[in-house]
Ligand binder design. Structure first.
Ligand SMILES: Nc1ncnc2c1ncn2[C@@H]1O[C@H](COP(=O)(O)OP(=O)(O)OP(=O)(O)O)[C@@H](O)[C@H]1O
Ligand SMILES: [Mg+2]
Length: 359
């Protein structure tokens, strides 16, 4: 592990922002910290950078505990959401700034800037001022500033959140490609789970200052450890339907006149309540007359598919259907659940159930 956190906590006064955070970042990996606003992502990143001191636990980089090491001696580069470039400096001067501050020889700075500019496609823009650049180009200059230092690791704090959706998609791909080329260890913070799914080798899901799950993107998608991860990862997130085991060997979703009824996993007790997890893509329209009916609340036509929010008895569900028929609010649709897309969670603790036979 290049970077290791062991039992790290952080309190501001009496307020515990982070509790018992432990994970490792393998050398060369792209690790993403994801979670809702305020869960402590930036604070965690700032502690790794050394801008903030942990209240407890240890942070090590390359085998050395760095709790008491100054930020400038940690050899880490950070790219922020508000990557303020110096407006009066050219692109080249902005990129070389940290080296200038370290009194690196001019020729060496020029070579480092040229190399980074080449990697980032900024060579034709080196003499421009930031005001003469597009948002994506400015973002690339901010990355260039980090690259010229050749740090042991890059930390990114929501670097794309100021960009429009299309540019964000493009920059996502560019950052990934850059990472592959440089092989540089990166920790990247976002609250956008799509960014996390598409970019990460490893995702750390945080909620309210605690780690909910760590794993590769598909691990989290296919086997969420709890109902929070299930509903956070995926777009839209997983439906969590209240359901109950019956005494005659079935699992029944509650609150519908004609409910979804599934074979009961062997180890559920009769009458045991569960949360049945179903991804929106696994709720399928059917013509079968005995299938449960839902009532459409809203529809988003996305071109290749339609994203639907509907009422299933007293519960709300979302569906993503690849179906070209025109669907409008108020429509009644018959829906089946694809058996391979089902998960079970404990309704009290939210934990994935060990006797889960489907997932
Ligand atoms: N210096 C500080 N003093 C007191 N509380 C703070 C301080 N910095 C952050 N906090 C609190 O700590 C919590 C975590 O903040 P943090 O910025 O790490 O969240 P985040 O996950 O990065 O959120 P976002 O997605 O909105 O950027 C928040 O409740 C915040 O208000
Ligand atoms: Mg933040």
């Amino acid at each position: 592990m290049l970077i290791n956190l062991d039992g790290v906590s952080k309190a501001f006064g009496n307020y515990d922002v982070l509790r018992d955070i432990s994970f490792g970042v393998p050398k060369g990996s792209f690790t993403i910290l994801v979670g809702p606003s305020g869960c402590g992502k930036s604070t965690l990143l700032r502690m790794i950078a050394g801008i903030e001191d942990p209240t407890g636990g240890t942070i090590s980089i390359a085998g050395r505990v760095v709790n008491d090491v100054e930020p400038k001696h940690r050899d880490i580069a950070m790219v922020f959401q508000n990557y303020a470039l110096y407006p009066h400096m050219t692109v080249a001067q902005n990129m070389g700034f940290s080296l200038t501050m370290r009194a690196t020889p001019k020729a060496e700075i020029a070579a480092a800037v040229a190399r980074a500019a080449d990697i980032l496609g900024l060579t034709p823009l080196l003499d421009r001022k930031p005001s003469e650049l597009s948002g994506g180009q400015r973002q690339r200059v901010a990355m260039g500033r980090a690259i010229v230092r050749e740090p042991v690791a890059f930390l990114f704090d929501e670097p794309l959140s100021n960009l429009d959706a299309q540019l964000r998609g493009q920059m996502r791909a560019e950052i990934r490609a850059l990472h592959r080329r440089l092989g540089a260890t990166s920790i990247y913070v976002t609250h956008d789970q799509v960014e996390a799914m598409t970019m990460a080798d490893q995702i750390v899901v945080l909620r309210a200052g605690r780690i909910e799950q760590i794993g590769a993107p598909l691990d989290l998608y296919d086997r969420p450890a709890n109902s929070f991860v299930a509903s956070f990862i995926g777009s839209p997130g997983m439906n969590l339907l209240r359901a109950r085991a019956t005494s005659d060997g079935a699992l029944v979703v509650t609150g519908l006149d004609t409910p979804w009824t599934l074979p009961r996993p062997a180890r559920l007790a009769p009458d045991q309540p569960v949360l049945l997890g179903v991804r929106p893509q696994h709720m399928v329209l059917t013509d079968a007359p005995d299938a449960p009916e839902i009532i459409v609340d809203s529809v988003e036509q996305m071109g290749a598919e339609q994203s639907i929010v509907a009422r299933a008895g007293d519960q709300t569900v979302s569906l993503v259907v690849r179906d070209r028929r025109v669907i409008t609010p108020g429509d009644r649709l018959r829906v089946t659940l694809e058996p391979e897309g089902l998960h079970l969670f404990d309704p009290d603790t939210g934990m994935r159930l060990a006797q889960d036979i489907w997932g």
